[in-house]
Structures are given as C-alpha cells and as structure tokens.
Unconditional design. Structure first.
Length: 156
C-alpha cells in the first residue's frame, strides 16, 4: 500500500539518495544542465547543492516540509516544499522508477498541497522541464496548471 508521511531522522539518508537520483535524471533532460547550475528561480536553489545538504536544510527548516513516499513501508519517494509567504514552492517530488505507477507520486503531491494549505499559502508553484510529460501529468493531476513559461538564452 502506498502512503506518505513526514520524513524521520532515519529517512534522511534514503531521501538524499532519492534526491540525488532525481537530480541525476534531470541532468540529461532538455534544460536540466541549466537548472543544475542556476535553479528554477530565486526561490529554488540550484541543484548543485549536495543532496544531503538540501535534505537536511528542508528537514530542519520550519518553513519547509520533507515527505517520504512509501510503498509497502519502504521509502521509495521523496518530496520537499518551502512556504515563501503566501506562495508554496515544490522543490522536489520524485519516485524511484521501479515504484512508479502505484500512486506514490500522487500521494506525495497531495501531501505537499495539504501541508501548504495548512500553512495558509494561497498558491503553489512547481516546475517541470520541457518535455517532462510524467512530471507535468502528475502535477496537472494534482490540480496544477501552467501559468508561466520561462525562456532562457545563454550568452557567450
């Protein structure tokens, strides 16, 4: 059975492993290298930050949540979000490939939405790289819709 819960101290290493896998998978996608260098926007740190450091920061910050996604009690997914005043930012939502398609990603997205609502956020921002249909469909299934496209031009 799938589920989600706030990460515990015993989950932090596993969450860091999953975050590192998410970032590795992002690197080969269109826009992934730029994201790894500069972050999605000012609220989302560049993914060059060590996975363990990011996980510890989210876990220790009262403005942030770190969720563990479970399947048969094993941690197979991770999600993180930070409340920036009235706007929540989804900083990570990842499920290892072998555990996809059973509802863990949906449970993580719903867990983030509920957490942001409890904190009085009036909106939530999340990013998906160009062509990343899986992330886009997961977010749209959780009620997200595109409100802005960010285009980038690299200068010599």
């Amino acid at each position: 059975m799938e589920g989600v819960r706030p990460a515990t101290p015993g989950d932090l290493d596993r969450c860091a492993e999953l975050l590192a896998a998410a970032r590795d998978g992002t690197a080969a996608r269109r826009g992934g290298a730029l994201l790894r260098t500069h972050g999605a926007d000012a609220a989302v740190p560049p993914t060059g930050e060590a996975a363990g450091t990011a996980v510890a920061r989210w876990w220790g910050d009262p403005r942030s949540i770190l969720l563990a996604g479970l399947f048969e009690e094993a941690v197979v997914g991770v999600a993180a979000g930070t409340a920036h005043g009235p706007v929540g930012v989804v900083e990570c939502c990842y499920v290892e490939p072998a555990a996809r398609g059973v509802g863990v990603g949906t449970a993580l997205a719903e867990g983030l939405v509920a957490w942001f609502a409890e904190r009085g956020c009036t909106g939530i921002d999340a990013w998906a790289l160009p062509g990343d249909r899986v992330t886009k469909q997961l977010l749209e299934g959780a009620g997200f819709s595109a409100r802005l496209l960010v285009l980038h031009r690299r200068l010599p």
